[in-house]
Design a protein around this ligand. Structure first.
Ligand code: SF4
Ligand code: SF4
Length: 362
């Protein structure tokens, strides 16, 4: 089916009528971020992005498209795995302490503009937080609230390598609606029953075979335009052979241990838990917030950081992401979005690092 560009606002209206708060891409502080979306005019119409190691810039692309940029610093992660939240609280009372769970405040939320790499990353987060034996209730509540409107990428940043990891640029699964953006509008497909129900509310027309063909060519061209790659397969055995490589010290001489890479990475799930007591000592909140394997505190055991140097922390990040993740979740923890490359202030390039490391003579 096909939705004309001038009718795109009807999709936002239909989602709202179905009870969803809408979240969608918008330009803020020079980047595309996901914010509450009330009107089609808030979308980043005409923008494209230019990305390189340590560099992210928006530019006008000379077109009227809404989704002709690759990605911004956020993916879906903050919408399902909150950056900071109270997970339980306790109150002093007569005869002891009362513990109370704290339910997350969740509203049904439709996210517009989700990319293939974002969906792949969400599936990885699901594997971590929604295991058969242990389920994270806060994550589940947020995750189940999401209605996902995905878009096949029509533009790849120079930092993208999703074709190499097999996670993009074509959206394959995990969406409610899928769009291919053409100059005149959108080829639309449903990926769920509720997605199909929503389509009945839109002024759609049949998609012409020529439009479907153009959409497919566009996605193929995006895949072909990607130049970055990472080696395929389970890299864990090969990485274990490099634990004493001098490359870790070399990259540590550039790495600031700032944790930007882990914050923007859509699959990173490390977090810390701490208690925040009220000043009168009557109440305490148990808070979970994102943490990073680049902080000293994250590897502390009995007050001693196990990974006391930046070289050890970078090694942990790369060998977990591309190596031991296979043992935990049956695949690499990288979906090729390239965010850690663009948003690293030192311009450190994960794909270049792993290629150089594995290319060293043993
Ligand atoms: S690799 Fe880059 S983003 Fe990550 S901690 Fe080092 S300097 Fe920061
Ligand atoms: S490691 Fe880098 S490229 Fe891979 S998913 Fe995380 S942010 Fe994206």
């Amino acid at each position: 089916m096909f939705l004309l560009r001038e009718e795109f606002g009807r999709l936002i209206d239909a989602l709202r009528d179905a009870g969803y708060d809408c979240v969608g891409p918008q330009v803020r502080d020079g980047a595309v971020v996901y914010e509450r979306l009330d009107d089609v005019e808030q979308l980043p119409r005409g923008f494209t992005d230019e990305q390189a190691p340590g560099r992210y810039r928006l530019a006008h692309g000379g077109h009227e498209r809404f989704f002709a940029w690759a990605n911004g610093p956020q993916a879906l992660k903050p919408l399902a795995f909150a950056p900071r939240e109270v997970v339980w609280q306790a109150q002093r009372q007569e005869g002891g302490i009362a513990f109370e769970p704290v339910a997350p405040a969740v509203r049904p939320t439709a996210v517009l503009g989700v990319r293939a790499c974002d969906l792949a990353a969400l599936a990885l987060q699901d594997a971590h937080f929604l295991r058969d034996d242990v389920t994270d209730g806060h994550y589940r509540a947020r995750r189940e609230s999401l209605f996902l409107v995905a878009v096949n990428c029509s533009h790849s940043a120079a930092t993208c390598f999703c074709a190499s990891t097999g996670d993009g640029p074509a959206v394959r699964a995990g969406y409610d609606l899928k769009l291919d953006e053409l100059d005149e509008g959108f080829v639309v497909a449903a990926g769920s029953v509720r997605g199909a129900d929503l389509l009945t509310q839109l002024p759609l027309q049949p998609a012409m075979p020529e439009q479907i063909g153009r959409a497919a060519e566009q996605t193929h061209a995006v895949a072909a335009s990607q130049t970055r790659t990472i080696p395929a397969g389970n890299l864990y055995p090969a990485l274990l052979e490099k634990l004493n490589s001098a490359r870790w010290d070399e990259v540590a001489s550039r790495c600031l241990s700032c944790g930007n890479c882990t914050s923007v990475c859509p699959t990173c799930f490390c977090h810390s838990l701490h208690d925040e007591a009220s000043l009168d000592g009557e109440r305490v909140e148990h808070v979970r917030q994102w943490d990073s394997c680049f902080t000293s505190g994250h590897s502390e055991l009995h007050g001693i950081p196990v990974r006391g140097s930046t070289a050890f922390r970078y090694r942990q990040w790369l060998t977990h992401k591309l190596g031991s993740w296979h043992e935990q979740y049956g695949r690499s923890g990288c979906v090729g979005c390239g965010r850690c490359i663009s948003w690293c202030p030192a311009g450190i390039d994960l794909s270049a690092e792993v290629t150089a490391l594995l290319g060293e003579a043993s």
